[in-house]
Design a protein around this ligand. Structure first.
Ligand code: PLP
Length: 464
């Protein structure tokens, strides 16, 4: 399988190079040149497979040339062995035709473990084969950092540096990162905000001369296509469990950078009978405004009770636009240039395709806590604030009540005690067994000034 850039001017790469590259050299994002397509008979034949067996079937076409069957199987088994539930992604029923897909059974209690456990093992495998070492650098406002650290902590050929805004992430989120004590894991608490962290990472990717000879930076955010690929699997898994391919299934997805729902869109292109894809956002609603009113304009960031969806611009939306524009890289390049200087409006035909493929809904914090309280009262099930947004978006947008609706549960409620406490008055929702002592564990992190040379010096001094 070959991969091409959404802006049409970067070299075509194979899977291995896409994993190590991050952003394409023309500023675009890599996508598969052609998607694998599965027939209904083939999908039917996968009914009853374990999560790991199914992951092998779904991911195999994407990784040819890089991994043979045994290697892929080995990486999948290793990646999902760290999950706490045998089903890996269990479905829980909330109401008639309403389901929650629990994607928080991994080590850091958020769906990002699905992709980052796999990516860590994949990097380790590729780098050992190439006898190469790399540096992972990333910025986090919470979930990505801990999932990336858990994914890379055992990688011999990776040093990982994660920047978080000093005193601006929750205690649970910080401790999930800073209590991982390994000689290749570094947490930097930057005296700035999340944007400062992100800008520093961007500038470091643009000029990597501060790294020791032979090292390069690798991105673990969702611009890395391997992450999207790993997320396609749970759409197939849940749909099969609910009767696909004989029956259609709908999905509601709590959305920030559009990575998770883009995986659902790909699953549909690959042959999975998905009826509706619902984009659920919080007050940071650029995607909802775009889908509802063709208003794709930046607004200032609002800090919400669902912080992992607090974004101004959704990076993976470019991957969808590339398809909606008939894969015209030059048009996307121009569109993204235009977007730098102001809002963009999609042409009628593109907008029509967007509306045909997606519905959307937006919730503020008050509505979010109301949903958590309501669902808890009526079912005894405790939602985290991100998942609650998905559940409500599904209820408001459901065009076909006879079709099973799956709401992706992107995080465990114990990760977001503030919202849960506001909603149902439970002060500290119980952490899963493996994390009950999180607040007693030793922490290790470095507070650094908001100064790029200080950060880069710290990094180059600590790279093994
Ligand atoms: C990252 C995250 C999201 C948003 O996912 P995207 O792929 O960025 O759209 C939603 N919920 C939680 C809990 C997350 O950690």
């Amino acid at each position: 399988m070959k991969y091409i850039s959404t802006r049409g001017q970067a070299p075509t790469l194979n899977f291995e190079d896409v994993v190590l590259t991050g952003l394409a050299s023309d500023g675009g994002l890599y996508v598969p040149e052609t998607l694998p397509k599965f027939s209904a008979e083939e999908i039917q034949s996968w009914a009853g497979l374990s999560y790991q067996e199914l992951a092998f079937k779904v991911m195999k076409p994407f990784v040819t040339e890089t991994l043979n069957d045994e290697e892929l199987k080995g990486l999948i088994d290793k990646s999902y062995a760290t999950f706490r539930h045998d089903a890996i992604a269990p479905l829980v029923q909330l109401g008639k035709n309403e389901w929650v897909l629990e994607l928080f059974q991994g080590p850091t209690l958020a769906f990002k473990d699905f992709a980052l456990q796999f990516l860590g093992n994949l990097l380790d495998h590729i780098l050992k084969k190439r006898d190469q070492k790399v540096v992972v650098m990333g910025a986090t406002s919470g979930d990505t950092g801990s999932a990336a650290i858990e994914g890379c902590r055992h990688c011999e050929n990776v040093d990982i540096f994660i920047l978080h805004p000093y005193q601006r992430v929750s205690d649970v989120q910080r401790r999930q990162m800073t209590t991982v004590i390994e000689n290749n894991v570094y947490n930097i608490a930057l005296e700035g905000n999340f944007d400062d962290c992100q800008n520093m990472v961007k500038a470091s990717f643009a000029d990597q001369s501060f790294l020791p000879d032979g090292r390069q930076l690798v991105a673990v955010n969702s611009i890395n296509f391997a992450r999207i690929m790993a997320q396609i699997v749970y759409y197939f898994y849940s749909a099969l469990a609910l009767g696909a391919p004989h029956r259609e299934v709908s999905y509601s997805v709590p959305t920030g950078n559009f990575g998770d729902i883009f995986a659902g869109y790909l699953a549909k292109q690959m042959g999975l009978p998905i009826k509706q894809l619902i984009v659920a956002t919080n007050q940071n609603d650029i995607l909802h405004r775009c889908i509802a009113n063709n208003d794709h304009s930046k607004q200032s960031l609002v800090h919400s009770l669902s912080p992992s969806m607090d974004i101004m611009v959704s990076s993976n939306f470019e991957r969808l636009l590339f398809d909606l524009y008939g894969r015209d890289g030059a048009a996307i390049k121009q569109l993204m240039e235009d977007f730098k200087s102001g809002p963009i409006t999609l042409p009628d035909d593109v907008f029509a395709k967007l509306k045909a493929g997606f519905s959307s809904y937006r919730l503020d914090d008050e509505e979010t806590t109301t949903v958590i309280a309501d669902v808890f009262e009526n079912t005894g099930y405790l939602l985290d604030p991100h998942t609650a947004i998905g559940v409500q978006a599904a209820r408001k947008n459901n065009q076909s009540p006879e079709t099973p609706m799956v709401c992706l549960a992107t995080a465990h409620p114990a990760k977001f005690p503030e919202a849960v406490n506001k909603a149902v008055g439970i002060a500290n929702p119980e952490l899963p067994h493996h994390m009950v002592d999180l607040f007693e564990r030793e922490e290790q992190y470095q507070v650094l000034a908001n100064d790029i040379s200080a950060v880069q010096q710290f990094m180059s001094a600590n790279i093994r």
